[in-house]
Design a binder for this molecule. Sequence first.
Ligand code: GDP
Ligand code: IMO
Ligand code: MG
Length: 427
Amino acid sequence: MSVVAIIGAQWGDEGKGKIVDLLAEKAKVVVRFSGGDNAGHTVINPYGEFKLHIVPSGTFHPGVVCIIGNGVAINPVVLLEEIDNLQKRGVNTSHLFISDRAHLIMPYHILLDGLEEELRGKEAIGTTHKGIGPVFTDKIARLGIRTCDLLNKKGFRSRLSSILEIKNAILTKIHNVPPLSLEEIYEQYCSYGERLAPFIRDTGPILKDMVSRKQPIILEGAQGTMLDPDFGTYPYVTSSSPMAAGSSMGSGISVKQIDQIIGVFKAYTTRVGGGPMPTELKDKTGEFIRERAHEYGATTGRPRRCGWFDAVAGSFSAQVNGFTSIALTRLDVLDVFDSLKICTGYKLNGDILRNFPSDLAILGKCQPVYEELPGWQTPISDIRHHKQLPSQARRYVARLEELLSCPVNVISVGASRDQTIMVKQIV
Ligand code: GDP
Ligand code: IMO
Ligand code: MG
């Protein structure tokens, strides 16, 4: 391995945290490159079970440098709590660094996220209410505050003062809510800044040195490709790019340096929040998958919508990311079915679409076309070698490889680090 990007290939929650924790054993650096604390990455390893929101999932390996990249939006309260919790549970966080270019989630971002969702009414996106849309809007609108600003109190106060004037005008005149206090936010963020200062730095030189020495680096994605603002089910998307291209932008590692792009797919489909999901099962089977697999959001606890594997969305995702291989997770969840369905096309007005449509009005009318495969009906969580999988499970995986035109190199058969089949060594 040199530089490997781990990318959510569906609508998020594919098991990226588990895969990063596993592969980080052989890495020297793990960089989280996008999103914020809208992410919830579950890791189960000898330290216990963790739900990480901002800290990279490589943090459990002593000696692995963890970087929160410039592409991440940081809520300092959440980050400090996460660091404290890790330390309390015996995890060493002294190898954590925060890019001085990362943007900060401010109290008005969280407030506006909620107020905007309310105004959207029936068309609400179902955001995580973590301030993600507003913070990335401000980044592009050149109204953001970055971690480097916390290191210069005078400059921070002056920037916050002018930005807050704009935000308070929006809060009071458009949303009819009281203004926020400059003093309070300033004092709060100065105290966060003091605690975070030892972690904040220009992370470019660390990465430059590691890249030039060909040290193994993992770029950890958040969310999933179908939530990407460009290629996802817009406007029901998030506000930073979870895709392979985003891994370069959000870390500062050149696209030229990225050697492998691993798409993490769940063996079926889930989605949390609003927006289209062609293979959603609004029936007993969907409920059964949700309960069997405990499909509830790691960040908000909301029930995840569940359905069969969507290979139309999947092959679109594989193509726009250029996956070099796939990590397939949660195959064990399918252990109990006598037959399994894979969506291979969308039926629309008598035609079969094989490409994922951009227009949600069209997508909303699409009916999934399914191919049925036999299930294996035997537990697979204790299997560690591909050839020991039941033939039906191997056939299911092989069919996904065909449909996605990409090899499956990792098969995850349980939530713990060791419940994994390495079909081919990635690192
Ligand atoms: P992430 O956001 O992509 O890191 O994924 P989440 O942590 O939000 O959701 C994935 C869930 O699946 C978590 O509860 C994991 O513990 C769990 N998980 C990951 N891989 C497997 C697997 O192979 N089998 C089972 N049963 N659970 C898994
Ligand atoms: P991980 O990294 C699943 C979804 C939200 C909502 C939409 C926009 O754990 O895979 P936002 O708060 O980002 O403005 O919400 O995106 N969403 C996720 N869904 N996994 C995630 O992260 C998500 N992060 C955001 O539910 O539909
Ligand atoms: Mg998650």
